[in-house]
Design a protein around this ligand. Structure first.
Ligand SMILES: Cc1cc2nc3c(=O)[nH]c(=O)nc-3n(C[C@H](O)[C@H](O)[C@H](O)COP(=O)(O)OP(=O)(O)OC[C@H]3O[C@@H](n4cnc5c(N)ncnc54)[C@H](O)[C@@H]3O)c2cc1C
Length: 415
């Protein structure tokens, strides 16, 4: 095995692979490790989710040359409609005055005509990025699992389950919430279980969706209808763990009947395509983003509720900031695995990560609730934001990931 590795990346999920591409483009040598080979990650049964990718995060893939493989699968989000307390179904009753409407046209002058976000099925993102990894000649050890790691004064040593050992000035933990690297570095995590399950299904719609994403805040949790190509939609709704498991195990006709009760005639007849997936929902934040010879990325650093579709976007912003920190330090002849350098990445990402995680958590509590006072407060808040143009535009740019001190890749520039 090569011993001239610059960065060991544990976890070839979407943020880990994006970081590897950015480092390789800048002339560094990353190695990716994952127990699941790429061909299995792209199978329709592996990850049924689709992600709302902020336009700034998509620019990063353009800058890394991965966009051409992704573009055929992209659905632009032109409008987002947020409604409180009412199901989209036929039995929904009178429409609520409390809603929020975001329109891509309103920020076209600041976003270069980009949409509010891009909907992409995770399996297509994984396939497109895997293709780019292969083209860049990045070494991928898969199937292989990180078993332990040690951190010395000058290098990190990562040992795989099969006994192989890798050494490099820096190890990145991008292996999700159970990060072995995080635990080996002695970095604790805080968080809680929402006791909710995200039920995810893809449906074919009988009517065109027009690029509109809907989010309904129901007492049991949010229910999102997210547009996909070919007039399909990704449905994400929250249920109790018990109901979620029952839905996953339900016969197709029972699931369909449940769906129609929820959907009603809102978007016409909806036909389920492929399997139903369930994901347990929890919050998990690492107490620190870095330690000497270690940086955490993606859900290993911050696992948040998917209420506003920001989890992966946070990981992609992190990949851009970490890549820039490493590359710029390397060019100045600095030791990029040292805590002094890595602290720049942590400082860059700390505020955004903490505010977004806390914001999402508050959102879940405020909206997964049928308390009449809270209902009134959030309704008034939504109506107010809807009437104040600058506030609405702020939220749209925030969701687009285009505010604050943006790393170069998020501005679409190469490192
Ligand atoms: C229902 C749902 C909908 C969502 N929708 C959105 C959305 O619209 N927009 C958005 O931005 N985010 C969304 N998210 C969040 C997003 O999916 C996650 O933030 C993202 O998948 C995290 O990626 P990750 O690679 O950090 O972690 P993971 O996806 O957990 O991947 C970790 C990787 O590490 C590997 N691994 C595990 N253990 C080891 C080991 N010991 N050694 C080496 N490798 C290992 C795994 O095989 C895997 O490939 C959603 C989440 C859910 C649950």
């Amino acid at each position: 095995m090569a011993d001239d590795i610059d960065v060991i990346i544990a976890g070839a999920g979407i943020p880990g692979v994006t970081l590897a591409l950015a480092l390789a483009q800048a002339g560094l040598k990353p190695v990716l490790i994952d127990p699941v080979v790429f061909s299995a990650q792209t199978a329709p049964t592996f990850d049924g989710r689709a992600s709302a990718i902020a336009y700034a995060a998509f620019r990063q893939w353009r800058a890394l040359g991965a966009a051409p493989a992704l573009e055929p699968h992209v659905q632009r989000i032109e409008q987002i409609l947020v409604t409180d307390g009412h199901t989209p179904g036929a039995a929904a009753g009178a429409p609520t005055p409390f809603y929020l409407r975001f329109d891509a046209e309103e920020i076209a002058d600041r976003s270069d005509g980009e949409p509010l976000g891009y909907m992409l099925e995770n399996r297509h993102i994984r396939a497109g990025l895997a293709q780019a990894v292969q083209a860049a000649g990045i070494e991928v050890l898969a199937p292989a699992r990180v078993a332990r790691a040690e951190f010395g004064a000058r290098e990190a040593t990562v040992t795989l389950e099969d006994g192989r050992a890798l050494r490099a000035p820096l190890a990145v933990g991008a292996e999700g919430r159970g990060s072995v690297i995080r635990k080996a570095a002695g970095i604790g995590a805080v968080g809680w279980d929402y006791r909710q399950t995200g039920v995810v299904a893809t449906v074919k719609l009988a009517r065109p969706h027009g690029g509109v994403a809907h989010e309904f805040f129901l007492p049991g949790g949010p229910f999102a209808i997210l547009p996909l190509t070919e007039d399909r939609a990704s449905l994400v709704w929250t249920e109790s763990a018990r109901r979620g498991a029952a839905l996953k195990g339900a016969r197709p006709e029972v699931f369909h009947a449940h769906l129609q009760r929820r959907f009603g005639d809102f978007l016409g007849e909806a036909t389920v395509e492929g399997p139903v997936f369930i994901y347990p929902l929890s919050l998990q934040l690492a107490e620190r983003l870095v330690a000497p010879r270690v940086a955490l990325l993606g859900d290993a650093a911050h696992g948040v509720h998917p209420i506003a579709g920001q989890g992966l976007n946070l990981g992609l912003k992190g990949a851009a900031a970490l890549a820039q920190t490493i590359v710029e330090a390397g060019r100045l002849g600095e030791d990029f695995g040292s805590e002094a350098v890595l602290e720049r990445y942590a400082a860059w990402r700390r505020f955004d990560t903490a505010t977004l995680s806390a914001g999402m958590d508050a959102f879940v509590r405020l909206f997964s609730n049928d308390n009449p006072l809270l209902r009134l407060a959030r309704g008034v808040g939504m109506a107010a934001v809807n009437h104040i143009g600058p506030a609405r535009r702020f939220f749209m740019q925030e969701a687009g990931g285009a505010v604050g001190d943006l790393p170069k890749l998020l501005r679409g520039e190469a490192l």
